[in-house]
Design a protein around this ligand. Sequence first.
Ligand SMILES: Nc1ncnc2c1ncn2[C@@H]1O[C@H](COP(=O)(O)OP(=O)(O)OP(=O)(O)O)[C@@H](O)[C@H]1O
Ligand SMILES: [Mg+2]
Length: 322
Amino acid sequence: MVPLCVRALVLTVVVSALRHYEDDLAHEDVADVVKDQFAELSLNWTRPLTPRLHPEARAELQRKRGESMIQMEKGCKPSKFRAMGKKLGEGAYAAVYKVEGKSQSYAMKVPHEGDAEADEAAEHEIEVMSAAKEHHCQHVLPLIEKNPCINGTKHINAIVTKLLPFDFDKWQKDYKVPSKCYQRVFDALRDGLDCMHGSGYMHGDLKPDNILFEDFDDDGCPTGVQLADFGISRKLSSLEGKFDGAYFMGSWHLPGTVFTRVEDPLKLSKGKSFFTPDRRIDECSFALLMFRFFKRRVSSIVKDVGKGACGPMGPGRKLMMP
Ligand SMILES: Nc1ncnc2c1ncn2[C@@H]1O[C@H](COP(=O)(O)OP(=O)(O)OP(=O)(O)O)[C@@H](O)[C@H]1O
Ligand SMILES: [Mg+2]
C-alpha cells in the first residue's frame, strides 16, 4: 500500500506537469504554426528550435500567474548597472542586452514581457544557475545578479551574467571550424555537462546558440566556452511533462524522448505525456553537436547510450545519427 503522503506528492507533480504541458492529439494548429516557421529554413544549417507550450496551455499559465507577472519595480537602489540599449541576441523566451557595470560590460537577459512561460523559464534558470555556481562549474555560465536594479528600476526575473561575445551558431556560420579544435571543444562541453549533472540538473537544450565563448585562440579554436540558457533545464530523475510532438522536427538537437506522439529511443517515458529527465538526453544532443561540427562520432557516447539510440535526429531526422 502506497502511503497517502506519497500519493498526494505524485498527484501534485502530475497536476503541476499537466498544467505546464499538454498532450493533445487535437492540437493540429500547433503543427501549422511550427510548419510555417520552417517554411523558409534551409536544411543545411537550421537553428534548432526550443520547444514552447501550446498557445492554449500558455494562456492558461498566464491566467494562473495573473497579477504576479509584474516585470519591473520602480525606485530600487542602488543601480549597479546602466542599460546600454544594445541587443546582443534573442531567443524563444528572452532578449539579451548589454549593460554597463562599474568597470566592465555585462549581459542582461530579460524574459519577453507578458509571457508567463518565459517568466517561469527565467525563475527556473535562476534556480539552475545558482546550483551550478554552488558546484563551482567552470564551463557553466555563472549568475552574477538576479532581479537587477538598472537605472533605478528593478527588473524582476532578469539576470545579469558575464558578457560572452560569441556562440557556436555564429562560429559555424561566420567562421571556419578547424578540425584540431575537436578535443578542446569536447573537453569543455564534457566538463560543463558533467558539472551540471553533478549539480542535479540536465541541460535539456544543448544546441549551438546556447554555447557561448569569449574569444578565439591562435588555432582559431574557441576559448572560455560556457554552457548557457537553462530555461528548459530539468531536475534529474523528476517527473516532467513532454513537449508537443509538433516541435519534434524543429528541435533536432533533442531526442524523441521529450516529445509526445514520437517514439522514445531512450525509454525514459512514463506514460504518454511524461518522462524522467536523464543525463542521456544531453548526451544525445552533445553527440549530435560534435557530429555536426566535426563529422565525428563520439565513441564514448555511442558506447554509453548505444548506437542509434539518440536517433532518428537531425533535419529530416534520418540524416544524422550520432
Ligand atoms: N552572456 C551573454 N553574452 C552575450 N550574448 C548572450 C549572452 N547570453 C545570451 N546571449 C545571446 O542571446 C541569445 C539568446 O539567449 P538565450 O539563449 O539565453 O535565450 P532564450 O530565449 O532562452 O533562447 P532559446 O531560443 O535558445 O531558448 C543567445 O543565443 C546569444 O546569442
Ligand atoms: Mg538560447
